[in-house]
Write a protein that binds this ligand. Sequence first.
Ligand SMILES: Cc1cc2nc3c(=O)[nH]c(=O)nc-3n(C[C@H](O)[C@H](O)[C@H](O)COP(=O)(O)OP(=O)(O)OC[C@H]3O[C@@H](n4cnc5c(N)ncnc54)[C@H](O)[C@@H]3O)c2cc1C
Length: 506
Amino acid sequence: MMKRSLGLSYLLVAMLALQGCAGWNLEKRGENGGAAQAAAVEARKDAPVVIVGAGLTGLTIAYELKKAGIDSLIIEASPRIGGRIQTVTFADGVTAEAHMEEYFARSPAVALLKELDLPVIEDVAHSTVRLEGKIYPYQGEGDRDQYLAGIFNAEERAAFLKWNEKAWGIYSKLHASHYEGKPLPPELAELMRISFAEFISRDKLPHKVSEWIRATVEPEMAIEWDKIAALDGIDEMRLFLDTPEGFGEKNYHVRGGNTRFTEALTARLKPDQMMTQARVTAIDQTATGVKLRVLVKEREYIEVTGRMAVVTVPVNHIGRIQFSPALTPEKWKAINTTKMGSYIKVHFRVAPEAAPLWSQNGESILTMLSDTQAGSVYDVSDLQGSSMAGRDQVLTLLLHARFARDLMNQPLDEVREKSAEALDKLFPGVRKHIKYSEIFVYPQAVAYWPLELGRSRFDALADDLRSPQGRIYFGGDTTVDSHSEGAVVSALNISRHLIERKAELK
Ligand SMILES: Cc1cc2nc3c(=O)[nH]c(=O)nc-3n(C[C@H](O)[C@H](O)[C@H](O)COP(=O)(O)OP(=O)(O)OC[C@H]3O[C@@H](n4cnc5c(N)ncnc54)[C@H](O)[C@@H]3O)c2cc1C
């Protein structure tokens, strides 16, 4: 999920004047947008479209509908808007991401960031890699041949490029079929029946090349490459392939942190379009509309009505909502057989004197994808554009898949010690510079479609979940892929449908 962070080209888009963008609650907000002290006010209880969840998907849908002149109400269980987007600030003002980091160039999320005039930092697709005991520092400033020469010998490079051509050919067919709303050609459908690991092994690639592919794809999906269908793996590899448009996709970080994204979307809505600390527990459908039961502040049920509802909660939370009439067996099967990969994020505050440990020729070699318990390592100050001169650094470790699962149920002290140990193996001596850590544990972080249950993100069950049941739509990244791209893709698709059904929203 991360790239190298050297030589970032800072693409500064005009700054957004963020207004008081806190959401609405059942309480009135203070003048400064802070938590409310004022008297409780009556929340809205009806809207043409009722959106469950104020993550990137829910906010994007409300924003798109507003642009089309359609009113909506977002109901969010937590007191905080943003879901799996959350920037945290340390006591000295340095920021880091608790959840997601970056957006890739071809994701519609990037177009949205630009539309909202948010300042972004541009980075290249590839990173330093550590494979089987050796670190290969990033080189090439985006140049394919220089990057590959830094890792592979001539024979490995040729094998990689041949494989790349094959993978890009398959992706192009996927783009021309599934992504254009057409059926998959049989040779692609076949790739839903073997694992991505098996697909790679059939080409008998040099070991280092296949390990590079594995180290690249597994952090993206937070699951091992033998657990997913080959077609899903190829879809993920799109971000890193050599294509007619360049070597890998550029990616973007929001300067100052991703929360600015969800704040900017919220600021475009009317204050009474947001209800927080309100958990949807049931959705009933009638011939003319929807009726939602909502538990407010964990103590009072209210009823909210609308013409249509959009559920944007991750698939592993849908089962906590009652539906009447019940969801179809196909929908439940699609929901119950979509699984979630795991992440742990460890932010180490490290004394500034440690920086030379991950520098070569005076420049940082981070971001690094590693095949060790340290997972992927990156330098937050570079990625968020904070000035860290003379200050403690933030080194972030994103442990994925087995690395995360190995520590999942351990006390945080153990997670810290094991992660520090792994980091010290990569950069000997760093441990004594660590001052403290903050740790976020995500047993269920992002979706994957388990091959052992016969699933792929491109199968008929996935298509079924993406289609509405009467007046209820299901959206969110977990209906599309493992990223914010899926969140925005689903938001745009659902918004388009709802705009087409505008007459039914009266
Ligand atoms: C550690 C981590 C790192 C990641 N890194 C990246 C990355 O680098 N790049 C990338 O593109 N993606 C990344 N992702 C994925 C990205 O965060 C998600 O794709 C995106 O934020 C999903 O947005 P969403 O709105 O679909 O879901 P969510 O953000 O999960 O929003 C769903 C909302 O629904 C609310 N909700 C749940 N149940 C109810 C209920 N019953 N009633 C009312 N509200 C409810 C939740 O509180 C939540 O606010 C990462 C995720 C994690 C966890």
